[in-house]
Design a protein around this ligand. Structure first.
Ligand code: PMP
Ligand code: GLN
Length: 395
């Protein structure tokens, strides 16, 4: 009998830990878990080292090192048109990655029995956060539309809102589909939030990783009437290739920040002090680094998508993040794999490439069984090697 608490038993071990262990076991190229296989920016590392040498080794202020709160507030203020004065100490809470910002927000602002709307496929921790908070999830499924991009049906979103809806969680750019929500979609979500007096929790960890000029990242909080009802979450890890630093944040008006901090103070209290100094340095002065990463990721995406297409996968546009979703069914039929999990297992064994079976990101796992997610946040030579190996899947 499991000794894991009933509320967490349904979730098992995350797919990321599982697939990375499998990739190591088979000496596979790991296009599963989304982390770069190269080092982060030197200026960030230098600033963190300087902070250690300067003796910044005790607990940081509960809601963040002042310089980092200011850097995050400054960057976010510029999102608003005209610029809006996000207050570093009143509106920004530094957390241990976005992973901690999520339960801090859920536990601090959502009561047992409240309904929370999630788009599926969803990043796996959302579903666990709903369970931790004792909330009730409502799902709106994203499916490929005529253009091949993932989208939702307006009537399904409308009917997910009701009298018990406390919040909607929006992730844009979206993991795992690579979708960037359009302004029209965000306006609809915002209108429904205003109409139903609902909070919005946005996960914007891929905010800088968009590739189509016609589909820029837009923060929901910047839409009319949304600042006062939105908690914007993000982190350093994805944009600056520093996933192991686990520096994240929640930005919200003071009344919502009070809830986030009420939970944050008991979950972690504070986040690694020297790394907050390093994070501040790179956010204050990012230089060309993000553009350099994007150039590499775009190149990787295009090469991977091209080869997947040649091999018989149907790929979906990845306009943001560093993930690409593909329909594997034509290839699976050749391999005799019944679903996404079986396909990923065969792909590791047959050609030494690991990917994520996205059915774990769906409440009804059947909805995800035809898909596979590849991460392209890797060195060019890693992608080239994976492409060479993937050719073993050819007819
Ligand atoms: N949200 C999404 C959508 C993610 O893909 C990830 C993975 N980085 C996270 C949150 C967690 O972010 P962090 O690494 O900052 O904890
Ligand atoms: N966000 C990363 C992904 O989607 C993994 C994060 C994690 O390992 N928890 O692949």
């Amino acid at each position: 009998m499991s000794s894991v608490s009933l509320r967490l038993q349904p979730f098992g071990t995350t797919i990321f830990a599982e697939m990375t262990a499998l990739a190591l076991q088979h000496n596979a190229v790991n296009l599963a878990q989304g982390f770069p296989d190269f080092d982060g920016p030197e200026p960030a590392k230098e600033a963190a080292k300087r902070a250690i040498d300067a003796g910044h080794s005790q607990y940081a202020r509960m809601f963040g090192v002042p310089r980092l709160n200011a850097a995050v507030a400054g960057a976010f203020s510029r999102r608003f048109e005209p610029s809006f004065g996000v207050e570093p100490d009143a509106h920004v809470t530094i957390t241990s990655g976005c992973t901690e910002a999520l339960p801090s927000t859920f536990l601090g602002l959502i009561n047992p029995g409240d309904e929370v709307i999630l788009f599926e496929p969803f990043y796996d921790s959302y579903r666990a956060c709903v369970a931790l908070a004792g909330a009730v999830p409502r799902f709106v499924t994203l499916r490929p539309d005529g253009s091949g991009r993932f989208g939702f049906v307006e009537s399904e979103l409308r009917s997910a809102f009701g009298t018990r809806t406390r919040a909607i969680l929006l992730n844009t750019p979206h993991n795992p589909t690579g979708k960037v929500f359009t302004r029209a979609e965000l306006e609809l979500i915002a209108a429904l939030c205003r109409q139903h007096n609902t909070l919005a929790i946005t996960d914007e960890v891929y905010e800088h990783l968009t590739y189509e000029p016609s589909l820029p990242h837009i923060s929901l909080a910047t839409l009319p009437g949304m600042w006062e009802r939105t908690v914007t979450l993000s982190s350093l890890g994805k944009s600056f290739s520093l996933t192991g630093w686990k520096i994240g944040w929640a930005i919200a008006p003071a009344n919502l920040t009070a809830g986030v901090r009420a939970a944050h103070q008991f979950l972690t209290f504070a986040t690694a002090t020297p790394l907050q100094h390093g994070a501040a340095a790179v956010i204050e002065n990012p230089g060309p680094i993000v553009e350099d990463y994007k150039r590499l990721f775009r190149r990787n995406r295009d090469i991977l998508a091209g080869v997947l297409g040649e091999l018989g996968f149907r790929t979906f546009p990845s306009d943001g993040t560093y993930f690409i979703m593909a329909d594997h069914t034509a290839v699976s039929r050749r391999l005799g794999a019944a679903d996404d999990r079986a396909f990923c297992q065969k792909m590791i064994e047959r050609c030494g490439v690991a990917a994520i079976p996205p059915s774990v990101f769906y409440e009804n796992r059947e909805h995800g069984r035809d898909f596979v997610r590849f991460a392209y946040c890797k060195k060019a030579e890693t992608i080239d090697e994976s492409v060479r190996r993937l050719r073993a899947l050819a007819k």
